[in-house]
Design a protein around this ligand. Structure first.
Ligand code: AMP
Ligand code: MG
Length: 277
């Protein structure tokens, strides 16, 4: 079975209509229907996760490539869950997952890329951005935190910034986890109902939820304005968590496979070296 990640990719310059993308969908997954399908999906996650672990080990050992994954979604869209499930078992020495929250005064007193640039991956590192500089054209745009005149210029800055990172040796994949408004309601409700999830509930999320349509428009603007050949966006239907995990893992594994990484050459004398007693 081949999973063509290209089908989830936003082609540079193309239009995106999120209302037309089914958040319940399972594109590129053999739909056998019912429970078996989900069980197959979970089995596939285990296999792909093993492969990702091996590829990350190679990335770290080779120490040549820098890999940046950008994760964006609405509140309760599954960013944290994706990080937990997809990257489960990777070597923490070579992986970081910085989360970008409301900027501090120190951050706000500088350009919006300043805090982001500090967190980009170094050689051999895999970095997952839990939110990112895209907040500066998403929440900032929707809530008018800066003038339109100012945020409108940011798409081009972002394209240029990411291209610079790519030209200097970074591999970038950007993933938008697409959930429906109904699914968000269920997940926010679970945060109210389940004691172990209470900590995740923020009343402010309800204000954002009210602006759902505006956020969809802002996401479309970001996907259309910044998906390039070298730093593509992928739209992953994310209502079904098992499918979301399969799709994100396929994107990660296929992207890392393309780097054709190799373990560093062994010491020339390795065959003749004897470890003394
Ligand atoms: P969470 O990811 O649930 O911890 O929430 C982080 C919050 O920080 C979200 O409401 C984001 O929209 C907000 N946030 C992140 N970056 C920015 C930014 N650049 N400007 C304003 N709010 C932001
Ligand atoms: Mg939150």
């Amino acid at each position: 079975m081949t999973f063509d990640i290209d089908k989830l990719r936003v082609k540079p310059g193309s239009k995106v209509n999120l209302a037309k993308i089914d958040a319940d969908g399972t594109p590129q997954w053999q739909d056998k229907g019912g429970v078996t399908n989900k069980e197959d999906g979970k089995q596939r996650v285990v296999e792909l996760n093993d492969r990702l672990e091996a590829l990350q080990e190679l990335l770290y050992a080779e120490g040549k490539h820098r890999v940046l994954v950008v994760l964006q979604a609405m509140d309760a869209g599954g960013k944290d869950g994706t990080i937990r499930h997809v990257f489960d078992g990777v070597n923490p020495s070579g992986v970081r997952a910085p989360a970008f929250k409301k900027p501090t005064t120190r951050e706000l007193s500088r350009d919006y890329l300043w805090r982001v640039h500090q967190q980009v991956p170094g050689d051999g590192e895999l970095v997952i951005f839990n939110r990112s500089h895209y907040e500066d054209v998403l929440v900032v745009r929707v809530l008018d935190l800066v003038d339109k005149k100012r945020w409108a210029k940011r798409y081009q800055h972002i394209v240029n910034f990411e291209q610079m990172l790519v030209d200097e040796g970074t591999t970038i994949v950007k993933i938008y986890l697409h959930i429906s408004k109904e699914e968000q309601k269920e997940r926010l409700q679970a945060r109210l109902d389940e004691p172990t999830k209470n900590w995740k509930f923020e009343p402010g999320d309800l204000d954002m939820r009210e602006r759902w349509e505006d956020f969809m428009e802002a996401f479309e603007g970001a996907l259309e304005g910044t998906s390039t050949k070298d730093a593509p966006w992928f739209v992953v239907p994310a209502n079904r968590k098992w499918y979301r995990n399969v799709a994100v893992l396929e994107i990660m594994v296929q992207t890392l496979e393309e780097l054709n990484m190799k373990f560093p050459a062994a010491h020339p004398d390795i065959a003749s070296i004897i470890i003394p007693d």
